[in-house]
Design a protein around this ligand. Structure first.
Ligand code: AMP
Ligand code: MG
Length: 486
């Protein structure tokens, strides 16, 4: 395969050209002393970019937007959004830029995007910057999600800028180079609804990029909404199955593609509890673990509202269509989640629902009662399926309850190998992420590399990596909080 040097890469301006009303041409702030902290070589190769040239001084300037390939038009994207339920008509990329779209060797368009690249006209009171720690967090968690098989934006690189960022203290600044199948959000549609012509073009652009099958439907825009409902139902089910808490499911942080986006106050749950919330600003638990499906549905209702003029000329009929389409969310979510739970339990297809559903419900009650570590428990169940129940049994409180449950489950003949393919050993546990970020901020990337090695091959148990499979030490979990917009 031939690979391009960064400055000969062709960056398309498809979004900027088709939706100029939502695209403000802008340039990244000059990074005084850019230094590459981490580069995703497999992803570079996927994009047809040469890792060696990305490591060159010119390549690093490309990664922070200071060298722009000829013909590219970096833009800040306009969008609106409901943040914790309150509507902001104008958010937009306050500290981010879309460099352009890159066509990968398979012909797929991928956005090349910067986060932390300086103030834009959407910055409001913000400084437009990002600190090393949060950009490394997005890198490691998004790559872990990808390795878990969960749709997500990707991280190509984190480059330290050499510019300090003022938070509670002065911190080293960084830019994350992000790759996504697009950055179209529910909030993009909320912004565009002010002008039905822009809204229509945005919907057509979204169909072409993400849901091309909708173009052939009798009502393409209704089919687009149906497709977004379907991909989001599936996405949130996958989050729930691995214990992922997004933390800030505002409508500007929900994609049309069905990829997870914006790793701010996200974290993986350890002890199972639907009320789990990590974000320091989510006092009400709006985006708690167990609330995520409901919040996804709420966000999709906001998308439907924005799309109404495209669904039908008569408002009443448009509302009826939207309500009927949105009704598909719950059964789709339930199907995806139940199928995922059956897979986690190694159960064959075709078992009756009235056998598997109570089994799952009872298990979750046992897990919640003992605040059992979600990741270790499901992995340990694989050993129980092989005849060694002790590791799983040792994690629960109600031993008699577990034994009774396990007897019924084992009688169904769970497939241990299949379980090991869906129950990860390694997820980016909060204490390990913090350890890697603290060291990375202080200039030592060793812990980050070790963590990345564990979580990017999450299903492959490896000797020597035991501490990456273990819950946080006593006392860490209860105190743990994550912060937004840092
Ligand atoms: P987020 O919660 O990260 O999805 O961001 C919500 C909004 O705040 C978006 O419009 C961001 O562009 C903006 N924003 C977040 N942090 C900053 C910052 N440091 N400077 C400027 N804008 C920001
Ligand atoms: Mg955001």
């Amino acid at each position: 395969m031939s690979v391009a040097s960064p400055l000969t890469v062709r960056l398309d301006g498809r979004f900027a050209g088709e939706l100029s009303e939502l695209a403000l041409p802008w340039r990244a702030e000059e990074a005084p002393e850019p230094a590459l902290l981490v580069l995703n070589e497999p992803l570079a190769a996927e994009l047809g970019l040469d890792p060696d040239s990305l490591r060159s001084p010119e390549g690093i300037r490309f990664l922070v937007g200071n060298e722009v390939p000829p013909g590219a038009t970096p833009v800040a994207q306009a969008y609106a959004g409901h943040q914790f339920g309150g509507y902001s008509p104008r958010l937009g990329d306050g500290r981010a830029l879309l460099l352009g779209e890159i066509e990968d060797p398979d012909g797929r368009l991928r956005d090349l995007h910067l986060k932390g690249s300086g103030r834009t006209p959407f910055a409001r009171g913000g400084d437009g910057l990002a600190a090393v720690g949060p950009m490394l967090r997005e890198y490691v968690v998004s790559e872990a999600m990808h390795a878990l098989g969960i749709p997500t934006t990707r991280s190509l690189a984190v480059v330290a800028t050499g510019r300090p960022v003022r938070r509670e203290t002065l911190l080293p600044g960084a830019v994350l180079t992000r790759v996504a199948s697009s950055h179209l959000r529910v909030g993009s549609f909320q912004y565009a609804r002010a002008d039905v012509d822009v809204l229509r073009r945005l919907a057509d652009h979204a169909i072409a990029r993400h849901h091309p099958e909708a173009a052939a439907a009798e009502h393409p825009h209704r089919a687009l909404f149906d497709a977004v409902v379907a991909v989001q139902a599936s996405l949130v089910a996958q989050w729930m199955l691995v214990g992922f808490v997004h933390g800030v499911m505002n409508t500007d942080n929900m994609t049309i593609s069905g990829e997870t986006i914006d790793y701010g106050p996200c974290a993986f749950m350890e002890g199972f509890d639907p009320a789990t919330v990590f974000s320091s600003i989510d006092g009400q638990g709006r985006y708690a673990y167990g609330n995520q499906p409901v919040m996804a549905e709420w966000n999709l209702a906001r998308l439907a509202e924005a799309l109404l003029p495209l669904l039908h000329d008569e408002q009443d009929e448009a509302v009826e269509i939207a309500v009927a389409s949105l009704a598909a969310f719950r059964p789709r979510y339930a199907d995806a989640w139940s199928a995922g739970m059956r897979a986690k339990l190694g159960l064959p297809d075709g078992l009756a629902d009235d056998v598997t559903a109570p089994l799952v419900t009872e298990l979750l009650a046992l897990l919640q009662q003992g605040r059992v570590d979600h990741t270790s428990f499901f992995r340990a169940l694989g050993r129980a399926a092989r005849g060694d129940a002790e590791p799983a049994r040792g994690l629960v409180l109600d031993l008699a309850g577990f034994d009774a449950w396990a007897g019924r489950w084992l009688a169904l003949g769970p497939d241990a190998e299949a379980m090991d393919r869906v129950n990860p050993v390694y997820v980016p546990r909060n204490h390990l992420v913090e350890e890697a970020l603290d060291a990375g901020t202080a200039g030592d990337l060793g812990p980050l590399r070790l963590l990345l090695d564990a979580v990017t091959r999450p299903f492959e148990e490896r000797p020597g990596l035991e501490r990456y499979a273990a819950p946080a030490p006593e006392g860490f979990g209860a105190m743990y909080q994550t912060f937004c917009g840092t």
